[in-house]
Every structure is written in C-alpha cells, then in structure tokens.
Design a protein around this ligand. Sequence first.
Ligand code: ADP
Ligand code: MG
Length: 490
Amino acid sequence: MAQKDDRVLLLNAPRLPLPEDKVKELAGDLHDYAHAHGLVMRLSTDKMSSEVCQTTPLTLLPSPFPKNVFDEAVRIQNLYASLYHYIAYDFDFLIDIHKNVVKTDEFTRKMIEILKKVKEQGLKQPVTLAIQRSDYMCHKDQSSAEYDLKQIEINNIASSMGAHAERLTQWHIRVLKALEVPDDVIRRAIPENKPIPMIAEALFKAWSHFNNPDAWVLVVVENVNQNQIDQRHVEYELEKLGVPMTRIIRRTLTQCYEQLSLNESSDLLIDGKPVAIVYFRAGYSPDHYQSDKEWEARERMELSTAIKTPWIGLQVANTKKTQQVLSEDGVLERFIGKPREARDIRRSFAGMWALENSDEVTLKVVQGAQKHPEAFVLKPQTEGGAALHTGDEMVQMLKELPEEERGAYILMEKLRPMIIENYLVFAGKPVTFAKAVSELGIYGYAFGAKDAPELKTAGHLLRSKPESTAMGGVAAGYAVVDTPFLYEFI
Ligand code: ADP
Ligand code: MG
C-alpha cells in the first residue's frame, strides 16, 4: 500500500478552484437534484416532521481517494463481517472483556445483563443478521509518508447514510460530466455504489427465512429522527423486493414496551402477529432508553424468535472496548482461523490501548499521550459521533479519571488522514471551498446461524469534514456526505 509520491495527478479530474459563477450554477443544480431524489434531511429545528426538508450536507464534487486503499477496504469487508458474526456468539469472551467497563458505564452494563439472560435461556432464534459499516481513514504514516487503510470503528447497529451516499454518487457522475470529464475516466474513478439494495436484500432474506407472510418487519426508531428520509429509502427498497408495505412498521422503544408481547413459544407479537425482524435504527445510545420500560422492551425482543439486526451479542461486540481488545496479541486470531485473513484485518488496526491496568505498558502509553497529545485520542463507549477527547482536555482527563472509571475508556492513536480540497454545501449557507479530511465507510452484511454465515459487501460512504474539526458525524453537524474519486499512482 505504498505511495511515496503525493504529486500524482488526477490528470483528468476537474482543476480546483472552479470559477465562482460555475460553483453557483452547479450548487443550484445540486439542490434540485437532491430534492428530486430524496437526498434530503429534516431541519435541525424541526426533527419531528418531513414537511420541510433541506439538502443533506454534501460535497459538490467527489474527493480524491487512493484506489489501492479503497480496494483494500472493500476486500476485507467480508472478513470483518464474519469476524463480528463469530465474536457475537462468544458470550463468555464478551462478558469478560467488559468486566471493567460495566463498573461505571451503565449503558454497557444493561446490555451485558440482557446478554447474560440470553445466555441462560439459550437463543430462541439461532439465525442472526449483521448489517455493518466499517469506517476508516486513509492515514498518512509520518515516517514512511505512505498511505494506509486504518479503521476508525465498526458500526453494527443503525449503519446509516447509505441512501444519501448512493444518490450522491449519481450526482457526482453528473457533475463530472458537466465539467467535461471524459466518460472512461468517470467509469474508472467512480466506483459503483449501491448499499441500499444490499441492505434491503439482507432484510428480505431474513424476512423470507422467518417464513410467515403475515410477520412484521419492525423498524425501531428514535422519538425524533432527523435522518428519517435515509431510513425510508431502505423501507421502500424492501417493499420493492416483496415485503408488503402493511407488514413494515416503525415504533419507538417506548411504543415497543407498550405494544409488544411474548407468547409461550417466544414469538414476539404486535397486534397478534409475530415479528420476523427487528431492525434497530435506534437503541445504540443511552438517550434511547429513557426508563426501565425501554430496557424491558429490548429484553423482550432479545428473548424472542424475531431475527434482530443487531442482536444483543452483536451490539455488545460493537463497543470500542471490543475493538481495542481485538488489537491485543492473539485475540483476533482466536476468531479468524486463517492466518492470512487475520493478518489482513490486523493490518487495518490503528494503535489502541486499555487504561484499566497499571502495568508498565499502560503507564508508558498514558505518559506518552500526556506528552504528545497531538498523537492520541481518548474514547468512551458511546456511539453517535459526540464524545471524542483530544488535546489539553484529554491530558486533563488522563490525569483526573478515577481508577474505577478508566476501564470505560480506550486510548487510540490519532490518525492523520489525507488532506483534500472540495466545496462543502450546507443548505441555506454560501458554498465554501475548504481543506478537508475524509472517512470512508464500507457496507456489508453477515446472515445466518453461528456457523458459516452468508457474507456480502456492497456500497460505500465517504464523509468529509473541515481539516480543523476533530469530531465526525453528518447528523451531528460536523461532516458532509461525499464520495470518492479513485486515483492510481503512475
Ligand atoms: P462514534 O461511535 O461516536 O461515531 P468514532 O470512533 O467514529 O465514534 O469517532 C467519532 C469521530 O471522531 C470519527 O468520525 C472521526 O472523525 C474522529 N476520530 C475517531 N477516532 C479517531 C482517531 N483515532 N484519529 C482521528 N480521528 C478520530
Ligand atoms: Mg463513527
């Protein structure tokens, strides 16, 4: 994955910056395209309704991304899907590695409690579905100046933004044509991007496996969903495959508590009909469980015959803690038997360290982070792009974190992504030309019982954010949806 020369050129890519009037014209076209194709989001000031939506935060053009790094991410996605599929079934491993996290992290503790109940009672539904997006940066190694694929995190729950990414790829092809980039260059530079048909296919397989035409697809949603339209595209695609629209329902966890019941055969019922699939587009954040009711609803689902995506084992496997433990010597290799495959996955790991022990290695790395805060980030076990500790704040936290809270955090090498330039388009604001960094996500699924799951990879997301922003997340307002313009070194 070696590139020594950054001057390689995207010979046929549009030269930037573009003339101002051209940018205005293209941005106007982009807003039309976005609204005509459902590339829109609800307003942050009115997340309850789709009556007025606005263009999703986007880039005007695709961003340069090295083809070999992209290809590597696609190549290893099935390995990641199978890795997490297997980890999810290893109850004792998951319980053990979170034993210090649960001391202070109540959310993880509640999940582990449900996991223990599932372990006691046995799986009522042996078949599981992982719909996954693995996120990476194209990291520039400081010493070798080479670009490497390095994983930021894995998302086993509510993997979103695929509908936007898919549509933006189509727009980016149009904009390149408008800028007279030759068709053969576009074909090579813009990879096919179809995550939504794949996600719908996975859900359809699970629904068909349940083998009851009256059974529900239950989409678990937040009380407010700013990204509602992205979710809807999945449902509409699922209808196209043959799930009747009357069998797909959206419910919050609170509604699930009120409306779901378990019968004596452990079927999960709504209105007297069984649930075939629970598709969680919520349930990954403590805010989604306002009281014990929501936890009780979750437990009912986990103790039922419904196919969950994700099931509790897979969600516990989703933590940053699991990611860090996998990076320790020999751990990943327990789950991936083929040395070459384990090596391929391991190559994509960034440096990660636990904080819970006071051995020499831990003390050294903590000292290192305090001395060189620019080279590390500190992460808690939360999801959703809101809580990354960097710089002086991180140093302060490392100093002050009480002993019992340390287990809930991991320390990670700060990645230095490739810097690109692009136009960022936020609805209602002037288009800005910015230096930005990108995060690549690859979608895939694993479906089946414990042994030999069916695996598939399709589609990707690029999210870009101004170089100076530490956090990520489109919904969180930091990043915009983007797509890669693949280039090869010559
Ligand atoms: P979340 O579950 O909240 O999405 P992430 O691990 O994806 O957690 O972190 C959120 C964001 O923080 C990422 O999208 C990325 O922009 C930034 N980030 C996370 N880890 C690193 C890292 N090791 N180096 C640089 N940036 C990081
Ligand atoms: Mg993330």
